[in-house]
Ligand binder design. Structure first.
Ligand code: SOE
Length: 385
């Protein structure tokens, strides 16, 4: 059967541009039954040298240096935003107004205001949308969701999660510019809260429901850094570390920690859920495994099971190799593309939509407000309420 084409226009050719492009390129080989197939029509970046080389390397048919030209092209169906966060709002709203589907890299926006107007835009113009919270689509994490939804954990008491890195400890690193925009509040919106905790919050609400209120502390360890654009020493306005605790709507307590100052940790992302009947835990460094403790096991053999999530009956695994062979980080993006394509076929939403990702923004905003005011803060989250 001839496939329907989804003609992609990708904006931004950094690290995320590569992960998404790889997703588009791999999907047809491994998900052959999908009715839609992505076509890499155009990629856009301000630097002509860079975008030309990227287009050649990844097989884009053409390139643009002006994102407005890209979103107005008639041969583009879907705009994929892989720019720094300060461009998400303007591009997404304009792309929706041009009638394009919009796929946006996380976090949705820098502020709640921007996020709200992005949600309004995709709803007003009725265009398909999704946000790349890719970790949901690692097989072990999707399996965790299935186990939680089956009720096997019973009543949940605790949700514990962290995302630890160490790449900004050097006080001589600049802020801003292509390589260090994540350290510039103007470009990123916030520091670890929007960049790393947003992943933790997205997974936490997906697995354990809405977060009602938060109490947070943040710290900026290096107070001033040279800005790449001005060349001057400027105040650092991002949070280098953030710790918060919270109440979930289901009555459980949450504990979240993120930092870029945890020497020795490059991308340590973990979560653990403790329920009345069973517990689950996962660690990105061993991403194919899900650990599970079931209190109903015979006491002689009861203990934490380490499930290698690579059998054909486990999420997404029938599409890949043979049992026992591992997947990696990049597969989460292939899976998100596959799920987006299948949402087109079935006319469903590809979660998280802008609307759902906006709920994560509400928690991020409440966390930063709570830390600034040294007070508990209601999030206003409406998660499946
Ligand atoms: C930051 O270092 C970063 O690349 C995040 O921006 C990504 O979202 C995360 O998945 C890995 O770390």
């Amino acid at each position: 059967m001839k496939k329907k084409e989804l003609r992609i226009g990708l904006i931004g050719c950094g690290f995320m541009g590569r992960t998404h492009s790889n997703g588009y390129k791999r999907v047809a080989n491994f998900f052959p039954d999908l009715a839609y197939t992505p076509v890499l029509k155009a990629v856009c970046s301000r630097s002509e040298d860079k975008v030309k080389a990227f287009a050649e390397q990844w097989g884009y048919e053409s390139y643009e240096t002006d994102w407005k030209a890209l979103i107005n092209r008639e041969d583009i169906d879907a705009v994929d935003i892989c720019t720094p966060n300060n461009m998400h709002h303007e591009i997404a709203v304009a792309a929706a107004a041009a009638g394009k589907m919009v796929l946006c890299e996380k976090p949705l926006s820098r502020t709640l205001e921007e996020g709200k107007s992005m949600v309004e835009a995709v709803e007003k113009y009725n265009v398909k949308n999704t946000v790349w919270y890719n970790y949901r689509r690692l097989p072990a994490v999707t399996l965790a969701k299935k186990i939680v939804d089956s009720g096997k954990l019973g009543k949940v008491f605790h949700y514990r999660t962290n995302f630890l890195q160490d790449w900004t400890i050097n006080e001589n690193l600049p802020q801003g510019g292509r390589a260090f925009w994540r350290m510039d509040a103007e470009a990123a919106g916030s520091g670890v809260t929007g960049d790393l905790l947003a992943h933790c919050i997205d997974l936490a609400m997906w697995l354990n429901g809405g977060i009602d209120d938060v109490s947070a502390v943040t710290e900026t360890f290096v107070k001033q850094r040279v800005h790449e654009e001005s060349g001057k020493l400027e105040d650092v306005k991002i949070d280098d570390a953030c710790i918060f605790h919270c109440h979930f709507d289901n009555g459980s307590l949450g504990l979240f920690e993120s930092t870029r100052y945890a020497r020795g940790h490059k991308a340590m992302f973990t979560f653990e859920i403790n329920g009345e009947k069973a517990s689950l835990r996962w660690d990105l460094h061993d991403m194919n495994r899900l650990e599970y403790f079931d209190n109903s096991d015979d006491s002689q053999v009861r203990g934490w099971r380490s499930i290698h999530v690579t059998d054909g009956d486990q999420p997404y695994m029938d599409k890949w190799w043979v049992p026992g062979l591992s997947l990696g980080y990049e597969h989460s993006f292939v899976h998100q593309v596959a799920d987006f394509l299948s949402s087109l076929e079935n006319n469903t939403d590809c979660s998280p939509t802008f609307k759902e990702a906006y709920e994560t923004q509400k928690v991020c905003e409440a966390v930063l407000t709570s830390a600034a005011n040294k007070k508990w803060e209601d999030t206003g989250v409406e998660w499946n309420k």
